[in-house]
Design a binder for this molecule. Sequence first.
Ligand code: SF4
Length: 321
Amino acid sequence: MHSPDSQPAWRQKGFLYYPLSLYLRETFGGRVQKISIDAGFSCPNVDGRIGTGGCIFCDNRSFSPARRMNIPAIPEQIREGIARISARYKTAKYIAYFQPSTNTYAPAEKLERVYREALNEPGIVGLAIGTRPDALPDDVLDLLAGLGKETWLSLEIGLQSAHNASLDLLNRGHHFDAFADAVARARARNIRVGAHFILGIPGESRGEILATARKTAPLGLHSIKLHNLYVVGNTRLAELYAAGKVRLLGRDEYVRLAVDFLELFSPETVVERLAGDAPRDFLIAPPWSAERGNRIRQSVEEEFRRRGTCQGAKFKDSETL
Ligand code: SF4
């Protein structure tokens, strides 16, 4: 995208980080919107294969098989999503985003049927598939690699932190090595890979949060999503928060950390999200998590301007694995 001595293309266009909207315009020649799809998959951290409680921040009651029965068919979800989005935005291109639960947690043959159901819908130009790192056996990655030759495809893997103690505290049921292994096997198949991070995990210092960036930046991630830790109802985290055992980041503190984090990432990594997308009806804290994304974006940009830096400003300083 750019020579080592030149600015990245997004910087020349006035951006301070590489936003998803720009990447999508560059890739598809116009606006593209994601449509969230619930394909009815469960999660191995909920159904007992790895654990039963799920991650402490995740309201996973809806992942039980009984509640999965009433989910509309995928074409129906896509048509409803297109009707909703096209009323607000001028676009005819959509990415089917398999978002809730673990969207690679099924035999490859079933996954292929599900993904193709979405791809067959008019207007769908790609797939984004959210999952956890230990639900990516080789045959599933082979399937994704094959589909990735037919269409735009992005695999989004939840990591949250590179520190195993934090992953245990979150009850993730996997460690960092599972993530590094999944990314390496996906990258070896030329699959586009993104990662999700949570900033503000209880007990993590600023240095530890940034160590997660230093450890993952060299892995060649195509995209990242940053989330602040927020508390929603019906979670173990909500209980810990009510008991006074969780301190949440303040807004300014989070903005500074997000900028610190992005400075350590490659300028070629697309930034898909700058803060958590808290469901307002269930949000307990912090209140600022209910803000619209563009307000956090403005604050992040102001902080970059104040520092005179941008995404990737410290990337060369990142440690290699
Ligand atoms: S966050 Fe993901 S991995 Fe954790 S319980 Fe929820 S669906 Fe499962």
